[in-house]
Every structure is written in structure tokens, then in C-alpha cells.
Design a binder for this molecule. Sequence first.
Ligand code: ADP
Ligand code: MG
Length: 682
Amino acid sequence: AVHGINTTTTGGMPLVNRWNGRPYSQRYYDILEKRKTLPVWHQKEEFLKALKDNQTLILVGETGSGKTTQIPQFVLEAVDVESADRRKKFMVGCTQPRRVAAMSVSRRVAEEMDVTIGEEVDGMLLREAMTDPLLERYKVIILDEAHERTLATDVLFGLLKEVLKNRPDLKLVVMSATLEAEKFQGYFFGAPLMKVPGRLHPVEIFYTQEPERDYLEAAIRTVVQIHMCEPPGDILVFLTGEEEIEDACRKITKEVANMGDQVGPVKVVPLYSTLPPAMQQKIFEPAPSPTTEGGPAGRKIVISTNIAETSLTIDGIVYVIDPGFAKQKVYNPRVRVESLLVSPISKASAHQRSGRAGRTQPGKCFRLYTERSFNNDLQPQTYPEILRSNLANTVLTLKKLGIDDLVHFDFMDPPAPETLMRALEVLNYLGALDDEGNLTKLGEIMSEFPLDPQMGKMLVVSSEFNCSNEILSISAMLSVPNCFVRPREAQKAADEAKARFGHIDGDHLTLLNVYHAYKQNNEDQSWCYENFVNHRALKSADNVRQQLARIMARFNLKLCSTDFNSRDYYINIRKAMLAGYFMQVAHLERTGHYLTVKDNQVVHLHPSNCLDHKPEWVIYNEYVLTSRNFIRTVTDVRGEWIVDIAPHYYDLENFPQCEAKRVLEKLYKKREKDKEESRNRR
Ligand code: ADP
Ligand code: MG
């Protein structure tokens, strides 16, 4: 995501904010004092000189040294002073790999600049490059958190390298928290490296004697122990995802409450990406004051995903608890399965995490694994995401950006050839690329949707199946977090509520029912509450739907529906879904389990499904890797539709021997016979 800073000015009078012409507020001066203590502040001149003399600059500094909040402002001032043509608007772009961080940072920077924050549109620099290939709106681009090596960051690296060659006036600042910077330097034409000295206090590291069997339980136990026995100071706990974090928050609050007055009060704050912005802001609130005067001190306890590792800095953290895990993407190109798996972090991550304890005073980090395990089991660095991802969407974007020769594209770490081949193959099957690998008309349109290519295809063809309104709603629902709420204390009632929306032919149709019911009930929040539906998720689905509908309109894709009373209403929807997801089909074997088609992986219907039967063929939205492999969000489709809609993929000459193949053979024969008969009748 990107936030731009509009730099037109009214010219500067002292004490007047040059960005809006208003007098500065007291808050501005208060924050300014704090800003002046940040390590980067002391290197402002040095930084600006280096930026002036070089097209690309690499800036490395410990987390919390002020890179993200200060550098964009330094750059902005410099660009503003320099730009000869005052009427022309120049943007300074600063990218964040995570949405939460982009929003939090833009809010903070607006506050520091004493200006009102602009509209919070979710920008993507990569998407902007599609319409503005040379990124001409920008004078300076700052790629922040480069060490995270997310998929988008890596693609932007390669892209910006090209853009810089064609735009000598554009400048690039690459910012990173760790010292892999030499690698960045080598990649960016030997760009100069500027280091911001950290000001980290010592952090004492503790390991467990024995491996922990249940890290969640161990983390909670450690929090309680710290709160009982350690001097004041806030606690930061790293967990892997929303559910786990909410669970931990509940348990910690309860355990501390049970301890009564002998311990201080706590404020337990969750932090994860799908949390609403107002809740995210809570991490910056101070710890609670003692309940009684002179009583034990209060403590803030932040339970966070990886996001607090480097993206967001919380002051006042003295204790860090690191169970050693994070949810990480993995991709297996052989069976085309991408999944988020809870896996061990790297040594570099563990180091970053412990560093969070020493921001304001000496701290302690409790690693819930053995020292031996740290030394022997953790890999040195986290693998770049580009090496662990399905690249279909990325390849489509690159093709749209005019990069045809992917094999020679200048990736910092080139993805495996097999992964690239898989991506090209998928796009070819979807009709987005022709047999020469060139973008087709369909591919052009698909690339405009910020969706995975299968969903893009489903949307683009949905008008032909006379159900684009419904497919829009389903796509929107699939794009937001799970909308069903299932509180521990009301599981039965929640399940009953969900069953009322249930459609016996599939979970996609159930999601459609939920969306329709939400709209029919005027998007009412209490209706959502009573029906165990997450209002926030639905609201955000509605938002996504509008965005997608605008893209549909731009390409004159008709918005239409089959008559609800027609027998074809749901059939058309299911066919349109198959037209996008024909590569995610599983077949029910006589043995009673499902096999994914062509890849022949044994999978099970996820227990959350709404079906009242076990269909012979299903499409699925997601492949969940656990000890058992599940397919989640499934809908019944018919074999006849498969041979009609996707014969090019279900080409039997290219098909492994299996039960599904024999069934398909029969279906093809029957189709031939039917055609013959209808020809004879004519
Ligand atoms: P870096 O990018 O080098 O890690 P940042 O610029 O993010 O550092 O942070 C600099 C300082 O600004 C930190 O002390 C951090 O706590 C503070 N800060 C950043 N965002 C906020 C916010 N939303 N509210 C209060 N303080 C913040
Ligand atoms: Mg930062």
C-alpha cells in the first residue's frame, strides 16, 4: 500500500504550517520534541545530501529509529524546496508491505505534520504502475521494510530498477531494518548505504530448558509470571493469528482478574491485520495506572502477530515473549497448493523480536524454545516470499506491465523455474495468455481486478452466465475474513444461525445468502449481532463489491441476474464459478474420499461445510494443509458442466489414470452421442 503526500504549498510564514496555512497546534510542538530525539533526526542533513547526490539510496537502521515516520517528511521538504514549478504537484510515495502499517503510519505522519489525513484509499504502487508505467506522479519513492522481502516488494524492486533507467529525475530510497543491506547494495547498482545507529539497550535472553509442548499455554503462563514477579514495564507477546491472539487475550485477562489486588491492573491489547483501525490504535495507549494509590503498577500487554516485529514500534515494551512461530506462506508447485502454515521463524526474526524489549530501557526476552533449538533448528534468514508463493497473479501483473521475458527479469532472488512455468500454465488454461505467452484481451481485463486470476476469470465471464450480480457478491464475500462468528459461550446458537443461511449445494451459495440477508436487513448492525455474523466483514465485503463493480463497468461487463424463481438461478451461478475454478476441483472416489483432479491429492471436505450430501464433483476455494488435508468453501458442480466448460483442461490425453478419468470418458462419450442425436433430429 502506498500513501502519497500532496506537496502543493501556500508558502511559509513562521509558525504557520506550510502544508495548510494554519498555525501549528500545541500537539505539533509536543510531538516535535519527541521527534528530535529520534536517531534519524540527527542525520537529516547527511541524508538529504546523499539523496541529492544519488539516484538510489539505501538506509538501514534499527526498528524505532524513526525511518518510517521521519524520512518521508524530510524528503517532502527537500522536494518542495527544490521543485521549480510550484504549480506542479509532486508526490512522495512510501510503501509498506502491510496494510495495517500503511494506515497506522499515514495517520501518525499526518499527525506529526499537523495536517488532516487524506482519504484512506488502499493504494497499491504495483497497480498504479499499470496505468502509469513510469510512475510519473512521483518524484521520490521510498520502499520501506525492504528486509521483509514480501512478494510485492520484490516485484517492485525489479520494476523500479527498470523505471529508474528511464527516469533520471526519479529517486529511490530503500529502507531496511536488518543488515542484509549489502545484498540490496549489490542489486541496486552499488547504491550508497547509510546507517542510522541504533540506540538499543541490552536485552537479556532466556531460553526454556525443555521444548514446550503447547506454546500458547506456555506464553500465557509466562505473561502471568512476569506480571507477578518482574518490575514494571509492558509486555509484548508474538503469536500467529487472530484466533490464537483473541484466545490468549481472554485467558490472560481472566487469569489476572483471578489474582485480585495483589497484582496491578492490566490492559491486554490484541494486534493483527484484520482488526479495525480504531482498535489498532490502542497499542499506543499507556499502561493503566495502579488501582489504588501506591498500589502495584499497571501493565500493558500487547499480543501481536509478526506485525510488531519491525513494522510498528510500541514504546515502553520491556518484556518480549517469543514462542518462535509465525504463520508463513508455503507453495508447492508440484500440486499447486499455496497455504499459510504455522512454522518456525528464522534467527533474524528471533533477533528482531528480542530487540523490541530494549527500546526504552534494558529488557528481557523469553524465548519459549531451547537454546539448542535456536542454534540448530532455525534458519538464518526468512526465505523471501517470492520463493514460497503461487506466482499466477504476479505473472499476470508483470505481463500487463509489459514485461514479457520473465526468465530474464531482474529478480533479486529468482523464483524456481517450475513455479514460473506453473503460473504461465494456469494463465494459459484460463485464457489470459495465448500459447505464445502473450497477454490476451481477456487477460488484459483480468489483470485489472485485484484478485487471483481464477476469481478474475469467474467475474469476467459471469455476465455470459447471466449472474454477474451474484458472482460479484460471492467474490466480495470470498475476499474478506470469515463472516461467521462462533463465540465459545454460544457455539450452539451460532451454529443454528449459520444453518439458517445454509445452502445445501454449497458454501459459496451460503455466503451469497448471508450477503443478501445483510442487504435485506438494511446492513443493520444488531441484525448481524443476533445472527452471529461479523458486521465488519460484511461491511468490508460491500465495499469490495462496489470496487469490483466499478471495474466491471469500466469494461462494459453487464451486471445481470437470472430470475430468482427460475430453476437456473443457482445453476448459472455454479457454472460461472466452475468457469473460473475448473482447476480447483475434487472428485469423490468410490472409497469415499476426495481426490483433487489431476494432482490426485487426498482431501477431505472441511467440517465447516454446509452441504447435506457428498457431491461427486466439487469446486473448492481453498486447500488447507494440516495433519489432514481439507478443502474449504466447496460447492457441488456436475460432471456434464466440466466437460462442457473446461474441455481444454480436462483433455483426457493429458490426464493421469484415475477414477475421475474413467467417469470423464463416459461423460465425453455421452456428450458426443447427445450431439449426434440432436444433429439427426434436425
Ligand atoms: P522505524 O521506521 O525506524 O522503525 P518509526 O518511524 O516507525 O521507526 O518510529 C519512530 C517513533 O515513532 C517510535 O518511537 C514510535 O513509537 C513512534 N510512533 C510511530 N507511530 C506512532 C503512533 N501511531 N503513535 C505514537 N507513536 C508512534
Ligand atoms: Mg519502519
